[in-house]
Design a protein. Structure first.
Length: 111
């Protein structure tokens, strides 16, 4: 049985993400151009990100990637099919639905 990505230490989770990651074939597609400060036109960026999101949709390590991104809070790129703004919204949404710390601690003590 595999360990759930949420239970993995960050280095292990990173290794799991890299094992089979579809974006390894063209990292610039997911992370944007690295061309010495030239700004990408918004239309080009949107088109590139749409393609990157499609590729994430077929990636076998998408769940591990999402968990890694939620933990590390990247500041650029497409991760698990989401922009960094979409990741932040998801993080905020999850935080709103978490029980208060005292309830969470009580649950952990019996789990
Ligand atoms: S889900 Fe997307 S960003 Fe994450 S490893 Fe796969 S291809 Fe790369």
């Amino acid at each position: 049985m595999n360990t759930h990505p949420s239970k993995l230490a960050l280095p292990d989770l990173r290794d799991e993400c890299l094992d089979g990651a579809e974006c390894l074939y063209d990292p610039e597609l997911h992370d944007g151009p690295d061309d010495g400060g030239v700004i990408e036109h918004p239309h080009d960026q949107a088109a590139r990100e749409d393609i990157a999101k499609d590729i994430c949709g077929t990636c076998p390590v998408r769940n591990a990637c999402l968990d890694y991104a939620l933990r590390t809070k990247p500041n650029r790129g497409i991760w698990a099919g989401l922009t960094v703004d979409e990741l932040a919204t998801l993080t905020d949404s999850r935080a709103e639905h978490e029980p208060p710390a005292t309830d969470r601690d009580a649950y952990r003590s019996v789990a």
